[in-house]
Design a protein. Sequence first.
Length: 320
Amino acid sequence: MDLNPRKLRILRAIVDEYILSGAPVGSKVLSQNPSFKLSSATIRNEMADLEDLGYLEQPHTSAGRIPSDKAYRLYVNNMMQRSRLTEDEVKVMSAYCQNKVKGLDAVMRETANVLSSITHYTALVIMPESSANRLRHLQLVPLAEGYALVVVVTDAGVARDAVIHIPADMGADELDRISRMISQRYFNCRMTELGERMTRELNAELLDRGAFLSDLVDTMENAPGANAHRIALSGTNNMLDYPAYSDIDRARQLLAAVEKKDSLYRLLKNAGPFEISVRIGSEMGQDIFSDCSLVTATYRIGSMPVGTMGVARWCPCWTI
């Protein structure tokens, strides 16, 4: 059975009403809408058909209906209209772009703050993963005797640092020479390949520094933040503004999942190959987020995709 224009109008009205109220929608509510000019009985029959087709669900006997994930998908794909940013939103974005934010982590955090501020939803941004990037510079900085600071900079601007033990007779000049050699020889090498290449190619040149080379490679591959699932998060309190989370236990469970961030990381990483994607309810792939929806976009540095940002609404569908 195809959805005729009347069924589509009723389905859209139900989705709109449920988004606003968070309560099941009955035929009486729709019959009071002057644009329909339909009796409650007619609307009930149409709602029964929509339920048989999988677009509506009835959570309780004799209660109204709520949209299914199938209905939300149809709503997003065929019923929603694109809207333009308001002048105020453009001003907020422009002001942010003109600010001088130091450090990539700060940029990601501010991006999440701006998205949350404009949308009033929860914003999430995956920090660039340095393992997917390419080496731009490595610097060994002497510290106290027997220690040096390893600073690694990638093409994404990601700088990570860690302290390493060095031989007692290794001075600042030798550290600088090794820094320049690695930076020049392995410039633009993928971080995923760097450790293996250094181990294979530098053993002969650093014959008497084998232990140091091994420690350096290990430190670079396991430095704090090298493989961490880092997410900038803003606006988690916004989820409590929606009727669906008047259930305190449900809200508490979701807040706990959000705070752990591992689940959010998997959501963003599984956004798919598309530049922009929308996932609704069961499409999220995790039960805890089954009544949420997520819009994600890939961001790039140059031509290379380095991360994902998203906006989550903690009920299954989006307002227009």
